[in-house]
Ligand binder design. Structure first.
Ligand code: NAI
Ligand code: MG
Length: 491
C-alpha cells in the first residue's frame, strides 16, 4: 500500500504555503514545478514566493511572538503541542513517507526511517520544553541574581532538500520548545513534507502565526528571509557558499546564526579493527540517501597492513549496489536533480583525470524509469589526500579510499580538510579509541559504529567549514534561546 501511494501521492496538487495559520498562494502568482527525481516528471506545484510573501510571513510570526497567546503559554503547554505534533506524524506516517520519497527520490524505506526520526524529534522536544531552566548565582551580600532562558523571538529556518522532514523537525522542535515563532523556507526541490508538517501543526493546535512556511527559490525567498530586519535568529543547513551568503545577510541586521554546512567525514580503519563489523557500516554510511547526507562517511582511511582486505571487501559490496526508483526500494534512489548528478559526475571524471582509480561501480536497475537522475555508485582509490575528490564534499554515492601508515599519519589525513563534522574510528585498542577520538576535529565521533541520522538525542554540528552552533539533543535548546540575568537588591 505504501509503495503504491508513493507513486501516486499528491498527483496534480497545487500546494499552498502557510502564513499566519492560512493556506495561501504567493503574491507573485508564480509557481515552481515539483519533480520526482525517479523519473524526472512534474507531478505537482508549489508557490514561488518573493520578498512580499516573506514579509507577510515574518510579520505574522512577529505578531504571534509579540502579541499572541504563545508568548505567555507555560512551557508544559508548548511541550504538549509538540508531543501532539509527534503523534500526528505517527498517525500520518505512511502518507508522509510516501510524499517525502516521491519528492526527493529516496527509497521508501529511507522515507519511513525519516518519519520515525521526525516523530522522535517532536516527542523529544515536547518532553524537554519544561525541563530546561536557568540558575541562581551566588553574588554580593544583599543581592539575589538569577538567569532565565528566553527565546530569541522570530526564528528563520532555511532547510535543504536531502532530509527535509528530519531537518525541519530538529529546527522546529528546538525553536518551538523554547517559545520562538518560526518562518521556514524549505528547498525548492523538496518542499512538500514541510507544507504537510505545518498543516499538521495547525491541526495539533499551535496558535496562528507560530509555524509559517514560505516556499520559493533560495535567491528570492531565501535571501529575503535571511535579510529580514524583523527576524531575530537564522538557522541554516546546506552548502558552505550559501551559508556564507546567509551569514552576510544576517550580519546586515547583526543577528545570530546556526550553520550546518556538511562535511568530508573520515572513517579511520586501523589494522586491528573488526573488519567484518566495519564493512557494511562503511558502505551504508556513504550509500544512505545516495550519499546526499551532511554526515556521510565519505572518506575511508585504512592502515596499510589491511588496505587490500578492506579495498576488496568494499569493492565487492560496491559492485552489488543497485540504484532505482524510490518505490522499488533498492540500495539507493536517484539524485535530487540533474544539476546534482552533473556535479557528482564532473567531480568523479576530474578525479579520473587526476589519476585516481575507480575500484568498483554499482549499477542502475534495468527497470529504473527513463529520465531519472541516477548515478552509479563509485568506490575510488585516491592516491593523494589533497586532490579535490578527497577534500570537497561530493554529495553523491562516491566513497574515497585512502591508505595511511600509522596513527599520526591517520590523524593528519583525517584533519587535513577544511571540514569537521563527523568521524568514525575502527579499532579494538581502547587507549587508541580515546586518544584518536580526542584528536580528530569533528563535532561527533563514533567508535566502532557510525551514524548520526537516528541519534536525535546527540548534539550535532561542526568545526570550521562544517559550520558552527549545535543542533539536536538538549544542546539545541541553548542555541535556540539566550540567558537573561536578573539582579535584585533586597538589602
Ligand atoms: P544550497 O545550500 O544552495 O541550498 C540549501 C537551501 O538554501 C535551499 O533551501 C535553498 O533554497 C536555500 N538558498 C539557496 N541560496 C540561498 C540564498 N542566497 N539565500 C538564502 N537561502 C538560499 O544547496 P544546493 O545548491 O541545493 O546544493 C549544492 C551543494 O550543497 C550540494 O552538492 C552539497 O554539497 C551541499 N549541500 C549540503 C547539505 C547538507 O546537509 N549539509 C544539504 C544540501 C546541499
Ligand atoms: Mg522534488
Amino acid at each position: 500500500m505504501g509503495e503504491h501511494l508513493s507513486r501516486t501521492i499528491a498527483e496534480g496538487r497545487a500546494f499552498m504555503q502557510l502564513v499566519g495559520g492560512q493556506k495561501v498562494d504567493s503574491l507573485t502568482g508564480q509557481r515552481i514545478d515539483v519533480v520526482c527525481p525517479s523519473d524526472g516528471k512534474v507531478f505537482a506545484s508549489i508557490p514561488a514566493s518573493g520578498e512580499g510573501d516573506v514579509d507577510l510571513a515574518v510579520r505574522a510570526a512577529r505578531r504571534a511572538f509579540d502579541e499572541g497567546p504563545w508568548a505567555r503559554m507555560p512551557a508544559v503547554e508548548r511541550g504538549r503541542l509538540l508531543t501532539k505534533l509527534g503523534l500526528l506524524v505517527e498517525k500520518n506516517a505512511t502518507e508522509l513517507a510516501a510524499l517525502e520519497s516521491r519528492d526527493t527520490g529516496k527509497p521508501v524505506r529511507q522515507g519511513r526511517a525519516d518519519v520515525n526520526a521526525t516523530k522522535r524529534y517532536y516527542e523529544f522536544y515536547g518532553g524537554a520544553a519544561d525541563k530546561i531552566h536557568g540558575d541562581t548565582i551566588p553574588f554580593l551580600d544583599g543581592y539575589t541574581a538569577l538567569t532565565l532562558r528566553e527565546p530569541h523571538g522570530v526564528v528563520a529556518g532555511i532547510i535543504p532538500w536531502n532530509y527535509p522532514l528530519q531537518i525541519l523537525a530538529r529546527v522546529a522542535g528546538a525553536a518551538l520548545a523554547m517559545g520562538n515563532t518560526l518562518v521556514v523556507k524549505p528547498a525548492e526541490d523538496a518542499s512538500l513534507s514541510t507544507i504537510r508538517i505545518a498543516e499538521l501543526a495547525l491541526e495539533a493546535g499551535f496558535p496562528q502565526g507560530v509555524f509559517n512556511v514560505v516556499t520559493g527559490y533560495g535567491r528570492d525567498a531565501g535571501a529575503a528571509l535571511s535579510a529580514h530586519p524583523l527576524v531575530d535568529y537564522v538557522t541554516f543547513t546546506g552548502s558552505p557558499a550559501t551559508g556564507a551568503a546567509i551569514q552576510k545577510a544576517a550580519a546586515g541586521n547583526n543577528r545570530g546564526v546556526t550553520m550546518e554546512l556538511g562535511g568530508k567525514s573520515p572513517q579511520i580503519v586501523f589494522a586491528d579493527a573488526d573488519i567484518d563489523l566495519a564493512l557494511p557500516v562503511l558502505v551504508n554510511a556513504i550509500i544512505q540517501n545516495g550519499g546526499q547526507t551532511c554526515s556521510a562517511g565519505s572518506r575511508v582511511l585504512v592502515e596499510r597492513a589491511v588496505y587490500e582486505d578492506v579495498a576488496n571487501g568494499l569493492a565487492e559490496r560496491f559492485s552489488e549496489l543497485v540504484a532505482g526508483a524510490h518505490d522499488a526500494d533498492l540500495d539507493l534512489g536517484a539524485l535530487i536533480n540533474p544539476r546534482q548528478r552533473q556535479r557528482v559526475a564532473a567531480m568523479v571524471s576530474d578525479a579520473e583525470d587526476a589519476g585516481c582509480e575507480i575500484l568498483a561501480r554499482g549499477s542502475i536497475h534495468a527497470d529504473a524509469p527513463e529520465g531519472g537522475f541516477y548515478y552509479e555508485p563509485a568506490l575510488i582509490a585516491a592516491k593523494d589526500p589533497k586532490l579535490a575528490i578527497a577534500q570537497e564534499e561530493v554529495f553523491g554515492p562516491v566513497l574515497i579510499l585512502l591508505a595511511f601508515d600509522d596513527e599520526a599519519d591517520a590523524l593528519q589525513i583525517a584533519n587535513g580538510t577544511e571540514y569537521g563534522l563527523v568521524a568514525g574510528i575502527w579499532t579494538r585498542d581502547g587507549a587508541r579509541q580515546h586518544r584518536v577520538a580526542k584528536r580528530v576535529r569533528a563535532g561527533q565521533i563514533f567508535v566502532n559504529a557510525y551514524g548520526a541520522g537516528g541519534g536525535i538525542e546527540l548534539p550535532f554540528g561542526g568545526f570550521r567549514k562544517s559550520g558552527h552552533g549545535r543542533e539536536k539533543g538538549f544542546e539545541a535548546l541553548y542555541d535556540m534561546s539566550a540567558t537573561k540575568t536578573i539582579v535584585f537588591n533586597h538589602g
